[in-house]
Design a protein around this ligand. Structure first.
Ligand SMILES: [Zn+2]
Length: 375
């Protein structure tokens, strides 16, 4: 499953003797003629051209990885995959993802897995829960960009309200209210159980103002913090409608969040000891100190830099001794990879920006960070 944890683990993988093979491939499941087979053949030829860079034993290992990858691609096509990411390095690493979003077609032999295309996808690949709620019947959904699933329907007997006046009405009203509260508590428990079992980054509540407010009041605090929106919707809505609405509300929320972060960033970055820094050198320093709350990057941001082979520190240097420990610095072709991985390690939000948002980072060369504390 594609999530932060999986990518973080992959980012730490390294083999002392041989390179990691990374493959990204579009697989045409709708095409009768499997064009991906030609694409794969071309990519494998690219690797073949690098034969001279490796010794015989290492190369045999790479060949076995490539064979295993080709087999996986054939099986994935048969199973209806769309876009594949595969990472292989002998017995120690064979990890695959099948995603609904377009990835670049590429193959790499490198000391670590090439993760940038997946880092970029992660912010779109969030999972959501949606609860469609009334006083007596509720439906719970699990929503991802490529699938929506109705997980559970809960129905309770709710005594009707009466308008007879006097003590009888008061009692019936109380029975009614208690039964509704009981129903909503069951819904809240089911949502929390889903959260514990499968995890989700956001929750959308569908229903009248009255009922969604009451439900919000009994949600577990972890889950309440993840409510993205509450909006009316008919209890008989189709699963497909619930899925589409949930994703569009989530997208809207994400756009707003990006604006907020950029506003904060611009407000702080020009202030003396403000809680933000711009430019690669400063961002690297902040990441090194574990200070980053949000890492902001232009989608196509590119910069090379270096990493200490001894302590792992990142630097703008591409060689020479490490500032921290004096170890040898090795060149890193794409600094976005280690920056994002370190950002994840310190629990930072990582946001890739396009369009107007990306333009706002232009004065800082395309990269900035909001900090937890003033520097
Ligand atoms: Zn070092």
């Amino acid at each position: 499953m594609l999530d932060r944890q999986a990518l973080l683990q992959l980012s730490r993988f390294r083999h002392s003797e041989r390179p990691v093979v990374t493959l990204y491939l579009k697989v045409d499941r709708t095409s009768s003629e499997p064009k991906h087979a030609i694409r794969l053949k071309n990519l494998l030829a690219e690797v073949e051209a690098r034969r001279a860079e490796y010794g015989n034993a290492v190369w045999e290992g790479v060949q076995r990885d490539l064979e295993r990858i080709a087999t996986h691609v054939r099986d994935a096509y048969a199973q209806g995959a769309q876009h594949l990411a595969v990472f292989a390095c002998g017995d120690e690493l064979f990890e695959t993802f099948s995603l609904p979003y377009e990835l670049p077609n590429r193959i790499d032999l490198a000391p670590t897995p090439v993760l940038r295309p997946l880092f970029r996808q992660l912010q779109r690949y969030e999972r959501y829960a949606a609860a469609l709620v009334t006083q007596r019947m509720s439906r719970l959904f699990f929503v991802t960009p490529d699938n929506v699933e109705e997980v559970l329907t809960l129905e309770d007997e709710i005594p009707p309200r009466h308008d007879q006046g006097g003590w009888a009405q008061a009692r019936l009203q109380r029975h009614h209210d208690e039964a509704v509260a009981h129903h909503l508590k069951r819904v809240a428990d089911a949502i929390f159980e889903l959260f514990q079992r499968r995890g989700f980054s956001g929750l959308v509540l569908f229903g009248t103002d009255e009922v969604t407010k009451a439900l919000r009041g009994v949600l577990h605090p972890y889950v309440r913090d993840r409510v993205v929106a509450a909006t009316p919707l008919d209890i008989a809505a189709t699963t497909k409608d619930v899925g589409q609405l949930t994703l569009s509300l989530a997208r809207e929320r994400r756009r707003k969040r990006q604006q907020e972060l950029l506003d904060l960033f611009e407000g702080e970055v020009h202030r003396q000891s403000g809680r933000a820094v711009g430019g690669l050198r400063q961002v690297i320093a902040a990441v090194q100190q574990g200070q980053v709350q949000a890492l902001l990057l232009q989608e196509d941001y590119e910069a090379s830099g270096g990493r200490c082979q001894q302590c792992g520190a990142l630097t703008t240097q591409v060689s020479g001794p490490c500032d921290y420990c004096g170890g040898a610095v090795e060149k890193v072709a794409d600094m976005v990879e280690p920056l994002v991985a370190k950002g994840f390690q310190q629990g930072a939000e990582v946001v890739f920006l396009t369009g107007r948002g990306a333009q706002r980072l232009q004065p800082f060369g395309g990269v900035g960070a909001l900090l937890r504390f003033s520097p």
